[in-house]
Design a protein around this ligand. Structure first.
Ligand code: ARG
Length: 467
C-alpha cells in the first residue's frame, strides 16, 4: 500500500515478526486507539525528536540518520496540522502511525528511532506531556474565573443578602463575601493544579519496555529537552504509573463539584421567586412554548458536567485498580477519560466566568430578602450578652421570645417597638435598634474572614496580590 501499511490479513508491520496472520476484525477494533490518541500527535513528535537527538549525541545513531528523522517528523507534523495525514486503524495508535509514515518518507533510517525505547515509555511520555499542558491551561482558566469573581466581589462588597444554612435564612452577609467563598474554592483548585504539575514533572522516556535499556542513553538530556525537572527514577513504576492522569481527574472532579455548587446557586438565584440575579441573554435560553421563560441552561449544564467528570475519575481508578506491574493494555483506556474530562472542565470553567461577568445583581431584592426571616436574631442575642451581661444561652432564649412576638405581629425584629422588646426583657434599651438592621449586622462582623465590608475588601486585596 502506498502509505506503507499492509493489507488486512497480513501481520502487523511494526510488531508482526512472529505472527503468521493479521488480527481478526474485532481484535483490530478493540485494539486500536488511533481514533482518540491521535490527539497526542504533537507530543509524540516532540518526544521522538528529543529522543533521536539524544541517541545521536550519545553516538547510538548517526547524525545523518538523526537529521533525516527530525526532518521527517517535522514534515509529518505539518501534514497532520494541515489535515493531510491519513490515520490508519491497522497501525493501531498514534505512535505506530507516525513511525510508519516516517518510514515511507525517509526509508530505513526511520527504523532507528525506536532504539532504546518502547511504546510503553513513549505513551507514558506523550500522555504526561499532554496532561501537563492541559493543567497549565486549567490554571489560566481558573485565574480568569477568580478575576471575574474578585471584580464582582469588589463591586458588591456592601451589597447585603441573606446568608443561608440548610437553605434557610441564617444571618445577613454581603454578596461580595459570598463571591469570595468561591474565590477560596477555586483558589484551592488552582493550587491543586499546581501541585499536580509539580508531582508529574518527571520524564518517563528511557524507561523502555519496563526494565530500562543497555544502550548508553542520557535520560537527563531528554528530560531537560522536554521541559521536565528530572527523569523518573524507577523504570517499572514509570511505565505502570498513571497517577498523573488520576491526579488530573481528581483535581478536575473537585473543581467540578465546586462549579456545580455555584451553578446550583445561580439556578436558584435566577428563579422569579428568589430574583437575586438576572442572567444575561448570552448565557440563557428561551422556551419554545412558554414565551415568559428565560432558562439558566448554561448553569444547568455546568452543574451536569460534574457527572461525567467525576465519572471519568471513577472509571480510571477502576481501570487501574488491581493491575499488576508493569504495563498492561488496560491502560490504553486512560486517555478518553482524561480527554473528555478536560474538554468539559474547560467549557464549564469558561461558562462560569462568562456568567459571573455578565450577571446583573438585583441589589434591592437581595436587601429585602436579607432583612426578612429574622436574620438579625443572632445580633439581638449578642447585644444582650454584650450590653445586658446575659449568658449567651439565656440571651438565645430571650431572643427566641422576641422572634415569636414579631412572628405573631407579622413584622421583623427591627419593627418591634421598644415597649414590645422591654416586655420581653427589661434590660433592652433604645440602642438595640443599632444592631437590628442588616447593615449594622454585617458591618459588625469584623472578625478575620468575617462578612463586614471592611473585612471583605481585605480578602479581595489579599487575593488580588496572588492572582
Ligand atoms: N496505544 C497504547 C496505549 O495507549 C500504546 C502502548 C502500547 N504498548 C504495548 N506494549 N502494546 O497504551
Amino acid at each position: 500500500m502506498a502509505d506503507g501499511t499492509k493489507d488486512a490479513g497480513s501481520s502487523n508491520q511494526m510488531w508482526g515478526g512472529r505472527f503468521a496472520s493479521g488480527p481478526d476484525a474485532i481484535m483490530e477494533e478493540i485494539n486500536a486507539s488511533i481514533g482518540f490518541d491521535k490527539k497526542l500527535y504533537a507530543q509524540d513528535i516532540r518526544g521522538s525528536i528529543a529522543h533521536a537527538t539524544m541517541l545521536a549525541k550519545q553516538g547510538i545513531i548517526s547524525g545523518e540518520d538523526k537529521d533525516k528523522i527530525v526532518e521527517g517528523l517535522n514534515t509529518i507534523l505539518s501534514e497532520i496540522e494541515a489535515g493531510r495525514f491519513e490515520f490508519s486503524r491497522k497501525l493501531e495508535d498514534i505512535h505506530m502511525n507516525i513511525e510508519a509514515r516516517l518510514a515511507t518518507l525517509i526509508g530505513p533510517a526511520a527504523g532507528r528511532l525506536h532504539t532504546a525505547r518502547s511504546r510503553n515509555d513513549q505513551v507514558a511520555l506523550d500522555f504526561r506531556l499532554w496532561v501537563k499542558e492541559e493543567l497549565v491551561k486549567t490554571d489560566a482558566a481558573l485565574t480568569d474565573l477568580i478575576t471575574a469573581l474578585l471584580d464582582k466581589a469588589e463591586e458588591h462588597a456592601d451589597t447585603v443578602m441573606p446568608g443561608f444554612t440548610h437553605l434557610q435564612t441564617a444571618q445577613p452577609v454581603t454578596f461580595g463575601h459570598h463571591c469570595m467563598a468561591y474565590v477560596e474554592m477555586f483558589g484551592r483548585d488552582r493550587s491543586r493544579v499546581r501541585h499536580a504539575i509539580d508531582h508529574m514533572d518527571e520524564c518517563p522516556i528511557g524507561a523502555a519496555a519496563l526494565a530500562g535499556t543497555g544502550f548508553k542513553i542520557d535520560r537527563h538530556m531528554t528530560a531537560e529537552a522536554l521541559g521536565f525537572r528530572s527523569p523518573t527514577r524507577n523504570s517499572i513504576d514509570t511505565v505502570s504509573d498513571r497517577d498523573f492522569a488520576l491526579e488530573f481527574l481528581s483535581v478536575a472532579s473537585i473543581c467540578a463539584v465546586h462549579l456545580s455548587r455555584f451553578a446550583e446557586e445561580i439556578v436558584i438565584w435566577s428563579t422569579p421567586q428568589f430574583g437575586f440575579i438576572r442572567l444575561s441573554d448570552a448565557f440563557s435560553t428561551g422556551s419554545s412554548i412558554m414565551p415568559q421563560k428565560k432558562n439558566p441552561d448554561a448553569a444547568e449544564l455546568v452543574r451536569a458536567k460534574t457527572g461525567r467528570i467525576n465519572g471519568s475519575l471513577v472509571a480510571l481508578l477502576t481501570i487501574m485498580k488491581g493491575l499488576p506491574l508493569a504495563y498492561s493494555k488496560d491502560m490504553q483506556e486512560d486517555k478518553e477519560q482524561v480527554f473528555d474530562a478536560a474538554e468539559n472542565l474547560e467549557l464549564a470553567v469558561a461558562a462560569m466566568a462568562g456568567m459571573v461577568r455578565d450577571m446583573t445583581v438585583r441589589v434591592d431584592r437581595m436587601r429585602a430578602a436579607a432583612g426578612s426571616g429574622f436574620s438579625t436574631a443572632t445580633d439581638l442575642a449578642d447585644w444582650l450578652v454584650r450590653e445586658a451581661g446575659l449568658p449567651f444561652r439565656d440571651a438565645h432564649h430571650v431572643t427566641g421570645r422576641a422572634v415569636a412576638l414579631a412572628e405573631q405581629k407579622g413584622c421583623d425584629l427591627a419593627d418591634l417597638s421598644l415597649e414590645d422588646l422591654k416586655s420581653i426583657h427589661e434590660a433592652i434599651t433604645e440602642n438595640v435598634f443599632d444592631v437590628l438592621t442588616v447593615d449594622a449586622s454585617v458591618a459588625s462582623r469584623t472578625s478575620f474572614g468575617g462578612t463586614a465590608p471592611s473585612e471583605v475588601r481585605k480578602q479581595i486585596a489579599w487575593w488580588r496580590g496572588r492572582n
